[in-house]
Design a protein around this ligand. Sequence first.
Ligand code: ASC
Length: 151
Amino acid sequence: MRRSRLTTLLTLATLAFAGNSLAATTPADAIKYRKAVMSAMAAHTSAFSLISFGRVEHQGHMLAHVDALAVLGTQLKVLFPAGTGTGDTDALPLIWQEQARFGELLTASEKSTADLRAAVAAGDKAATMKAFKAVGDSCKGCHDRYRKEND
Ligand code: ASC
């Protein structure tokens, strides 16, 4: 039987941890990784939203979702290396044409997820809803300017 993809990935990971150097990251893999992290953020946001609007009763999971969001929020700034604006991506070239402005939005996004985490940790419902809206606005602000329109 063909070796599974998972086995291959685990082998590569083991080699990497053992100190063997892997080939430099390809743009295609950097894009794939960016999408994986973005999807993870979208999933935690979606789960958090279902709880915070009372559609499911998993209040005990709220902190886990915002913890993940806040941590992933700090990773955003390394997800757009030069050379990853073409290929299988919805990221617009404008990102690399106005790095300062883009960077400011990423910093604001990072702060918004940290603020949301703090509001949830403090058990402050009103502050949580306000901070959650700010996170959504931050995601949307960046997507509106820097992501291709999707139907
Ligand atoms: C999400 C998600 C986004 C943002 C955005 C907020 O859950 O996948 O792209 O929130 O819709 O306006």
